[in-house]
Write a protein that binds this ligand. Structure first.
Ligand code: FES
Length: 156
């Protein structure tokens, strides 16, 4: 369910109006709606499909392809962990272990209190400072396992 007090159709209409109801704006539209609601509920996809005149199947495949988008509710904070080779060899495996242990979650899971969602990502384009962890829009580079609790403690 979208957050209480949020009108999904209003959000969709506002975003589509801003971008224009054009097929080439599909990804920015999906991205903005996802950002506003936290994910892409079924009713949002249906309304975007109707307005942009693209089949819902196409929207669903775009939404499942891009890691930034989700068709399922996510936690208040989304942790993206780079699992590509350069980060991995720089100590990423140990950091990933520490994140999972600290939260008691595995890849793709959301905590029961709705606070965290943990997902792995391929290269985040920040290989020079790997291992890299992204919490929402905050990037942490050169992360060590011992820093993980402090990083997570910054989020309420
Ligand atoms: S390999 Fe991790 S950011 Fe590029």
């Amino acid at each position: 369910m979208p957050p209480d007090n949020m009108n999904v159709l209003e959000v969709v209409h506002g975003v589509v109006e801003e971008h224009g109801a054009k097929a080439e704006e599909l990804i920015p539209i999906l991205n903005d709606v996802n950002r506003a609601i936290g994910y892409l509920p079924k009713e949002a996809l249906e309304e975007i499909s109707r307005l942009v005149k693209e089949p819902k199947s196409k929207l669903t495949s775009v939404a499942t392809f891009y890691q930034m988008l989700s068709t399922k509710p996510r936690g208040r904070h989304v942790i993206r962990f780079c699992e590509s080779a350069p980060c991995h060899v720089a100590g990423g495996r140990e950091v990933w272990q520490a994140v999972q242990e600290e939260l008691g979650l595995k890849d793709g899971e959301t905590s029961e209190d709705g606070k965290w969602t943990l997902i792995t990502a391929s290269c985040l384009g920040l290989c020079g400072v790997g291992p890299v962890v992204l919490v929402d829009d905050d990037m942490y580079g050169n992360v060590t396992p011992s820093q993980v609790p402090d990083i997570l403690a910054r989020y309420s």
